[in-house]
Design a protein around this ligand. Structure first.
Ligand SMILES: [Mn+2]
Length: 336
């Protein structure tokens, strides 16, 4: 249910409605607009008690939300969201470029890549310190040391850092991180989604490899329903019958999600293809299809990378990608 307040409603009237919503046992999620405030009510399925809100002073209308996801949907917030990712706007005119190694491998590796991607035009440095690997025998990440190196790279370059959280227990270690990433394998880890929702940190939520768009949006709803609205969705490829590429990058997801949700959509063509040869083409296609940003794996020595080497671009290839993507961006009215 969405409670639409009359234009120019006083703070007292808005607060009174929020209190009533909470007294009835629902969560209240106000959006304070320039002209009017709308309040999303979420909670148990029986919406009948909420109809009494319509008679409260300052309330213009109470409108039911028909979709299963509420706060992430366009019904609740028709205009696209421009998020604040540690001071960098995501979802606006400027494309968000997140780049860096799959895994943080050493201090020198991260610093070298950070300088290279910053120079090429990235605003965010990605790097996994905690790695959820398919095999328990594969490199699992440098953990705390990896986070330290990322912070050092931020201090040296000014890039904001994005790193994956794989477990609720690791949350206290993430205080210094600018943006939390929830990886494809944890897209439906509801305990983790709730815990991240209770923080105020920006989140990149990656789509699971077998997750429907409707399920993906419900996963985002978990985070928003806990009060954290700073969520960007990331398409990273789904599993299909095709084996020529590691995954099939679902570009359909971009216009579909953008029509259903106000949240920004990023695309990760590195995991989406699994092969560096195809990354630039799919990055261009993503921006042409309306993506709000890209997440790209970059490594100075892909042959010796500890994870995802075959899909990682060398810094000079990444630089070229940004040049090419910038051209497409300009045609779409977007800047880098
Ligand atoms: Mn990777």
């Amino acid at each position: 249910m969405i409670i639409v307040m009359e234009p120019g409603s006083s703070k007292e009237r808005i607060d009174a409605v929020i209190r009533r919503i909470e007294d009835l046992g629902y969560g209240a999620h106000p959006i304070y607009g320039v002209e009017r405030t709308v309040i999303g009510c979420v909670g148990h399925e029986d919406k009948s008690p909420l109809s009494q809100l319509e008679s409260m002073p300052g309330v213009e209308a109470a409108i039911p939300i028909l979709k299963p996801y509420k706060l992430v949907g366009r019904e609740f917030k028709p205009e696209p969201s421009v998020l604040d990712f540690a001071g960098v706007p995501v979802g606006g005119e400027r494309l968000a470029i997140v780049a860096g190694p799959c895994s943080v491998e050493s201090r020198q590796q991260v610093l070298e890549i950070a300088h290279a991607v910053r120079e090429a035009g990235a605003q965010f440095l990605r790097g996994g310190a905690f790695k959820p690997r398919t095999s328990p025998y594969a490199f699992q990440g440098l953990r705390g040391k990896g986070l330290e190196y990322l912070c050092e790279a931020r201090a040296a370059t000014g890039l904001k850092i994005v790193t994956e959280i794989v477990s609720v227990e690791d949350l206290p270690l993430m205080n210094e991180v600018d943006v939390l990433q929830i990886g494809a394998r944890n897209c439906q880890n509801y305990a983790l989604l709730n815990a991240v929702g209770q923080t105020k940190k920006p989140v990149v939520l990656k789509r699971g490899m077998s997750t429907l768009i409707s399920e993906f949006l419900m996963s985002a709803e978990y985070i928003l329903s806990e009060g954290n609205y700073n969520v960007a969705l990331c398409e990273r490829g789904i599993r299909t019958f095709e084996t020529a590429t590691r995954f099939t990058l679902d570009l359909n997801a971009i216009p579909v999600i953008k029509s259903l949700s106000h949240l920004p959509v990023l695309v990760d063509p590195s995991h989406g293809t699994g092969n560096w040869h195809y990354v630039e083409a799919m990055a261009r296609a993503s921006v042409a299809a309306g993506a709000d940003g890209l997440m790209i794996e970059v490594h100075p020595d892909p042959k010796n990378a500890l994870s995802d080497g075959p899909q990682s671009l060398k810094p000079e290839k990444f630089q070229k990608l940004v040049v090419e993507v910038r051209k497409i961006g300009e045609a779409m009215g977007r800047k880098i």
